[in-house]
Design a binder for this molecule. Structure first.
Ligand code: ADP
Ligand code: MG
Length: 270
């Protein structure tokens, strides 16, 4: 594996796009795995009630597991719910359980309802320092496909937004709504938030349409779009059914190599 720079401070990224099925979870787990495989210390926070990131990273998330739900709603320390990814030494995961489905509603009436994830992450960073654990290099938050309070918590906790864009006809539709929401967050809740990174996913090199969409996205966001493009790949889509990322499942596949490349670019751009 190629040597990747350690960031000067922990980078907090939320992987967001209010569309479902665009590759948010796949991007979260595979970029996180690629960075961890390079020896960087990574935390993945799963805040999608479906728990797909927890599944792909091989971490238990049945209803009885202490999870990010308990952190957000019951003030449980993040340190008490974080579990190691069995396949990667430098990767830990805060799992999501089905209870999280009710959290959107429960959060509405809570004090500091938008800040709860940020506070938990700050407290966890202090806990790691006090326990002599290495500082985290990256925190990735995998969002549900909605713009509710869970996603708002992610926007407040993060400093960077990573938007995966599927190279299909409707790719740019809905993006303006996402950007408007991010502007609202910047104005009212988190002035430090920036859309730092856009990743083109599920690219089908055989179609003109995919190339056109990619070109159009690059034209709109010349400074955000990574050079690396994630192709459509069967290996990427079958890895989760083995509770793995493609990085560990088939490290030499084109899917794995493309995610390793994207992660390296993310790290090197700083
Ligand atoms: P989201 O989290 O945005 O809902 P997912 O990451 O779960 O999206 O991806 C949606 C579906 O597409 C999943 O079944 C996933 O395995 C599949 N998928 C994601 N990326 C790729 C890819 N590059 N090639 C093939 N299938 C992919
Ligand atoms: Mg998902």
């Amino acid at each position: 594996h190629r040597q990747l720079p350690k960031p000067p401070h922990t980078r907090y990224l939320t992987i967001s796009n209010q569309k479902g099925g665009v590759g948010k979870t796949t991007t979260t787990v595979n970029v996180a795995a690629a960075l961890a495989a390079a020896g960087l210390n990574v935390l993945v926070v799963d805040i999608d009630p479906q728990g797909n990131a927890s599944t792909a990273l091989g971490v238990e998330h049945h209803a009885d597991v202490d999870s990010i739900y308990d952190v957000l709603i019951n003030d449980m320390p993040l340190a008490d719910v974080v579990a190691p990814c069995p396949d990667l030494d430098h990767l830990v995961v805060a799992p999501a359980t089905i209870h999280l489905a009710g959290a959107e509603i429960e959060l509405v009436s809570m004090v500091a309802r938008e800040q709860r994830l940020r506070r938990a992450l700050d407290q966890y960073a202090k806990h790691r320092e006090a326990s002599g654990l290495p500082r985290l290099d990256y925190v990735f938050i995998d969002c549900p496909p909605s713009l509710g309070l869970l996603t708002v918590n992610a926007f407040v906790a993060a400093r960077e937004v990573l938007i995966p864009i599927q190279c299909e006809y409707y790719a740019l539709e809905g993006l303006s709504q996402l950007l408007k929401n991010i502007e609202m967050i910047q104005k009212h809740l988190n002035a430090d938030l920036v859309v730092s990174t856009i990743l083109l996913t599920m690219y089908d090199g055989r179609t003109n349409l995919a190339a056109q969409v990619a070109a159009e996205v690059r034209e709109h966001f010349p400074n955000q779009v990574l050079q690396a493009i994630i192709p459509r790949s069967v290996r990427i889509s079958e890895a989760p059914s083995y509770q793995q990322t493609v990085i560990t499942y088939d490290p030499n596949s084109t899917g794995a190599l493309s995610y390793l490349e994207a992660a390296a670019e993310l790290a090197e751009r700083g």
